[in-house]
Design a protein around this ligand. Structure first.
Ligand SMILES: Nc1ncnc2c1ncn2[C@@H]1O[C@H](COP(=O)(O)OP(=O)(O)OP(=O)(O)O)[C@@H](O)[C@H]1O
Length: 236
């Protein structure tokens, strides 16, 4: 495999290498490595508590690993200061978290349009893009509702719309179909995969769902905080 000057496998967009993270005394990551190329769909699986969400948060630059390196487009992400990491995340990474990611005071349209507003997009244009994505995710009917007025599944799809509205280069999604019935989960997964394919973005999905893992091109398994086997990004 060809290597770039930074020693990364070529074409890698986002990579975590040798990641360790402990919360208080309890280890969550004990040597996790994952690399994803543009346009690739990677599923992250493993037992409950194996570190999947923590890995995703490290890759997103939300959690700073205790050891190991995260790079995005060849640039170190883990040692940027908080403001720089936030800017990088907002411009390039779409993040779908498991819980509590919507702003309770805002309607669905306002929640989805918010990342665009923060990027300086005009209000009307942001609202129109937000409505487009809400429609695509099948939740146009809750466009003017606040999160408290939505079902868990509707809120989840609104959160996915918000992650996609900026056309990010990578989408990181933690159990994005967890609150959905089978049919809606399949449709939502299709939209996620289609949307990332259209823009050539990478998609990393944390999941317990075998169907989601089957839809991915590659599966990375975590056991007790460490990735099992050699991933693209794994180093001795
Ligand atoms: N904010 C936190 N504070 C303390 N411990 C945490 C925190 N987040 C995660 N942990 C612990 O770290 C370990 C890994 O958790 P993590 O949520 O990353 O696993 P997971 O594989 O995503 O689990 P699940 O499938 O149940 O969501 C667990 O032992 C968990 O209890």
């Amino acid at each position: 495999m060809t290597q770039t000057q930074q020693g990364q496998p070529s074409g890698v967009l986002l990579e975590g290498r040798g990641l360790h993270k402990a919360y208080a005394a309890s280890p969550a990551l004990t040597g996790a490595s994952l690399a994803v190329r543009s346009g690739e769909v990677v599923a992250v699986t493993g037992a409950s508590g194996s570190g999947k969400s923590t890995l995703l948060l490290c890759l997103a630059g939300v959690v700073r690993p205790d050891a190991g390196v995260v790079t995005f487009g060849g640039r170190r992400l883990d040692d940027l200061d908080d403001d720089a990491r936030t800017r990088m995340r907002r411009s390039s990474i779409g993040l779908v978290l498991q819980f509590g990611q919507l702003v309770p005071e805002l309607s669905a349209v306002e929640n989805v349009g918010l990342p665009l507003l923060l990027d300086g997009v005009a209000r009307r244009e942001a609202a129109s893009a937000a409505r487009h994505w809400l429609d695509r995710l099948g939740v146009a009917d809750v466009a003017d509702a606040r999160p408290a007025q939505m079902s868990g599944g509707q809120a989840q799809r609104v959160a996915i719309a918000r992650a996609l509205v900026t056309s990010p280069r990578v989408v990181l999604a933690d159990e994005p179909t967890g609150a959905l019935d089978t049919v809606t989960a399949e449709r939502t997964l299709d939209v996620l995969v289609e949307a990332t394919r259209e823009t050539g973005a990478a998609l990393v999905v944390v999941t317990h769902d075998n169907r989601v893992a089957a839809a991915a091109e590659r599966e990375v398994v975590l056991r007790d905080g460490a990735t099992v086997g050699a991933d693209l990004g794994a180093r001795p």
